[in-house]
Write a protein that binds this ligand. Structure first.
Ligand SMILES: [Zn+2]
Length: 381
């Protein structure tokens, strides 16, 4: 029997109003000067002003860095590190979706370590070591999809090439997460649908991956169950706090589960993001039924489990039809063509998807010819 190392993430304060615990938490840890890191769009909303007021009321001196938009880049991180030093900060409060949290995760690293952020990317030929303890970092997610708040990696795009690079270290994990579903109540339906499908895809793909990880399998099935019961409600009734809470939980469970691995749906989504600039969650939503229909014959018993978890009658063969009807119900476009993907994009999509690492743990080996068939099928089904 081989020996496997399992590791699970951080302290999570979960529930409506959890955000109000952030200030007292920082004070308990003796922290005095917080840099709030968020994106441009959120910075203009009352949410950030009220959070800043709460931190001030808890006795913290705060500054705001809101220089994040689109896919996070190296200069956004370096500017954040400069803001940290200018404020004389001793902790980082990341607020936002995956992009803001990915930048916030490494602002403290670059504020206390030499060099450029790209020199900390895991596959850099002379990767710099993380030598000292990093500033205290806490995360407050405002979307339910990526689960970046419980992840130990940060995805930063290269300025010139737009190629996504990954900084991976348990040391950049948040010291505490304040997962407050009230922060997601204002999300528009299309964002709720796309990010929710990302969360569902994480749970489903990690469960289907063949790696040995029963802990993650259990979380993935329960995460699937929760998303299956909550996603359509969260889209239809944006103010439904229980559905919002369910989706926030399913999102974190998906991100914890995909420590195990992902699969070919994510390779397709990464290609759509790179080639056609498609939103990550939407890209997964567009591809999941096509790829899973193709995966079915490799692991039919696992589809039985997924169908059972999702409350779908009729066994494993009913799972993909259920996904299709869920997509229609929450307003996901019917095919790739409807979001502007064209046949002449396919060769480049195939190239990027084939080079992506995620499909190496797909339940069925996926070649370039397979990716071509899958993209063409999803183009106009
Ligand atoms: Zn994803």
């Amino acid at each position: 029997m081989s020996i496997t190392r399992f590791s699970f993430p951080t302290v999570i304060h979960f529930g409506a109003g959890a955000r109000t615990l952030a200030g007292p938490h920082l004070r308990e840890h003796g922290l005095k000067r917080a840099l709030i890191v968020t994106d441009k769009g959120l910075a203009a909303l009352p949410l950030i002003a009220s959070l800043q007021a709460e931190l001030t009321a808890a006795g913290l001196n705060t500054a705001l860095y809101a220089g994040i938009w689109g896919n996070p880049t190296g200069s956004q991180v370096m500017n954040g590190a400069a803001a940290y030093k200018a404020h004389g900060a001793d902790c980082v409060v990341g607020v936002g979706g995956g992009a803001a949290l990915d930048v916030a995760k490494v602002v403290g690293l670059l504020a206390t370590h030499p060099g450029d952020v790209m020199e900390y990317v895991w596959d850099h030929p002379q990767v710099r070591p993380i030598t000292t303890a990093l500033p205290h970092f806490i995360a407050l997610p405002t979307t339910s999809g990526t689960g970046s708040e419980v992840g130990r990696s940060s995805v930063i795009s290269e300025e010139a090439t737009h190629i996504k690079r990954v900084i991976f270290s348990p040391l950049i994990l948040a010291k505490a997460v304040f997962a407050d579903p009230e922060l997601t109540l204002a999300l528009p339906a299309a964002v709720t649908a796309a990010t929710g499908m990302d969360a569902l895809t994480h749970n489903v793909e990690s469960y289907l991956s063949p790696a040995f990880h029963p802990l993650c399998d259990g979380i993935a099935l329960e995460g699937t169950r929760i998303a299956a019961r909550a996603l359509a409600t969260a889209v239809r009734e944006p103010g439904n706090l229980q559905a919002r809470a369910d989706m926030m939980m399913s999102s974190m469970m998906g991100a914890i589960a995909f420590q195990k691995d992902l699969g070919a749906v994510h390779s397709c989504a990464h290609a759509l993001g790179t080639v056609c600039d498609t939103h990550h969650g939407l890209a997964n939503a567009l591809m999941i039924d096509t790829v899973l229909a193709w995966n079915f014959e490799a692991v039919p018993h696992k589809f039985d489990e997924l169908a059972h978890a999702a409350g779908v009658a009729g066994g494993g063969s009913a799972f993909v039809p259920w996904l299709k009807s869920l997509k229609a119900q929450i307003g996901i476009a019917p095919n790739l063509a409807a979001v502007g993907v064209r046949t002449d994009h396919v060769p480049r999509l195939v190239e990027v998807a084939t080079a992506d690492i995620c499909h190496q743990t797909n339940p069925r080996p996926c070649t370039a010819a397979d990716f071509e068939r899958l993209f063409l099928k999803a183009l106009t089904p």
